[in-house]
Every structure is written in C-alpha cells, then in structure tokens.
Design a protein around this ligand. Sequence first.
Ligand code: SF4
Ligand code: SF4
Ligand code: SF4
Length: 306
Amino acid sequence: MKDSNGIVGNVFQIQRWSVHDGDGVRSTVFLKGCPLRCKWCANPESWKPHPEIFYFRDRCTDCAQCSLVCNHQAISKDEGVPHYFDREKCCCCGDCCEACPNGAKKKIGSLMRVEEVIKILKRDSIFYRESNGGVTFSGGEPFAQTEFLRELVLACKNFAIDTAIETSGYFEWEEAEDIIKELDTVFIDIKHMDERIHKRLTGVSNRKILENVLRISQNHHDVIIRVPLIRGVNDDRNNIEQMCQFLQENTRILGVELLPYHSLGHSKMDALDREGLEIFNTPDAEQVEHIKKIIAKYKIQNIDFK
Ligand code: SF4
Ligand code: SF4
Ligand code: SF4
C-alpha cells in the first residue's frame, strides 16, 4: 500500500522478547491480512487487511464515554440495548478506544512506515546480537503485504538484523521469491495433506502451499515446517506419515515443529462480533510424543523452540 510519502503497511502488533518464533530473543512483527480462514485460528483479528475494533463486552460498564467522542454515530444508547456498537458505521478511527476508561475497546492495526517499525525493532538490537536472535515476521499472512514486507526485510538486512518469517505458504511464488532469498529462516505451515479436508478447514486448497514448500526448500537452507496439531483432525498416523513421506522424498528441510492447538481465538472472535471458529481438542503429551516418534522414523528432526 502507498500514500503520497511512500509505502505504508498495516501492523497489528510488535511483540518484543518473543522466544518461540525462532532462535534467541526476537521481536515478532504481526502484519494484518490473511487469505485463509482456519477454523482454529488464534489470531482472527489478523484476517482483514484494514484496522478493526475489539469490543470486550465483559469489561464495558455502559458509562457512555465512548459515544461522546464518536463522530460517526456508530455508538448509541438504544432502549433495551445499553451500548449498541454499529460496525457498519464505524470507520475504526480508534477515538473511542482512547476514551474508554475500562479498556473495553481496542484498535487492532495501525498504518506504519518502514522507518517507524525499524526504529522500534532497533531498540533491542543488542539483545538480538547477544542471543543470536532477531526479527520474525508473522500475521495473518505476511506475504499478503508483499511490498511492505520486502522493504522491512531489506531494512533489517541493512542493520544486520537476522530475519525469519512465519507463513501459511499461501502466496504467489513470483511475488515472494526475492524476499524469501533474503530471509534467514522460513517457517511454513502444513496443516493437512488431504486437499478436500484442508479446504474444509481453512477455506483454501493445499496445492499452492505444498508447491511453495517444494520451491522454498529448493531455494533456502533454513526451512522449518510447522504443524498446528489438532486432536482428531490432523494428528492421525496416516496424515503424519503422508506428510513425512512428502518431506523426505522432496525436500531438504531443517525439521518439523509441532504446535499443539489452543483455543485463544474464540474470545477474540466474540470481541469482533464474528463467527466461524470451531472448538477442537488439544492432543495430550502422549500423543505428541507418539507423533514425534513417527517423524523421527523418517529421519526428520523434531524442532522445539519452547
Ligand atoms: S472507532 Fe471511531 S468511528 Fe468507530 S465507534 Fe469508535 S469512535 Fe466511532
Ligand atoms: S467507554 Fe468503555 S466502558 Fe464506557 S460504554 Fe464505552 S466501551 Fe463501555
Ligand atoms: S493462516 Fe494463520 S492467521 Fe491465517 S487463518 Fe490460518 S491460522 Fe489464522
């Protein structure tokens, strides 16, 4: 995205001191926008490319402070509805979030320039260096903002900051190839090997993703496959063996990281007045160990950043 002064991107969080998104101490930059709709998504606030507003009803005391600052008549006190928030009228300016004394509203996503993001990231340069850490780009799907991402990665390179990416793998190779070659580490998801099941669970086919896994592994040395592990969905022997066979025969990845499911996304969906997630179960420790043994049988390394 560009304005009159150049490229801007929509960033919804910069999390400092991340230790699960690659080696060492890292800052994780979460970019907005995702073409998938995974039924277990932990970050549904990332889906839309533009800013949004979280409204946490359980924190709202109906004090009406927010309605006083809204110039778009998006908040009203109708009879029978103490605090009515009309998202159709809301332009996501965020003024009500500032005005709320109870933290019941929060703006998700802000337009930022590359220099602004880099200024924040550079504050922790010394910790990146001392811990062999760096910066991880996440989302959403970070390749949904290709231009902005490219500038961010190049700027990090200029300051000798290590870069990693967490991607769903659902992107156009031609648009991303040059960025991938600049990145130090690539984390790419394989959610399910069966195309029909993948489409039902995420809204998209897995073909493009598996093609991109092959291309990335041919072009990059440090590739880690991530599997969001969901009990009864993708943790069966057949699916895991199919994945291992595919990886063993076609790629030269560093290894596989299993990420057991958690249900964090549900409360966020409520705060966005949205539906679409399902409730799943987390595999127990015994099942995770069992899957790790299957992976090891294929001479694929189990990777764990915890
Ligand atoms: S974000 Fe802005 S437009 Fe939307 S409800 Fe709040 S004050 Fe009104
Ligand atoms: S200002 Fe906050 S607590 Fe008060 S009505 Fe608005 S959202 Fe609720
Ligand atoms: S790819 Fe990631 S961010 Fe996008 S819907 Fe799936 S889990 Fe959520």
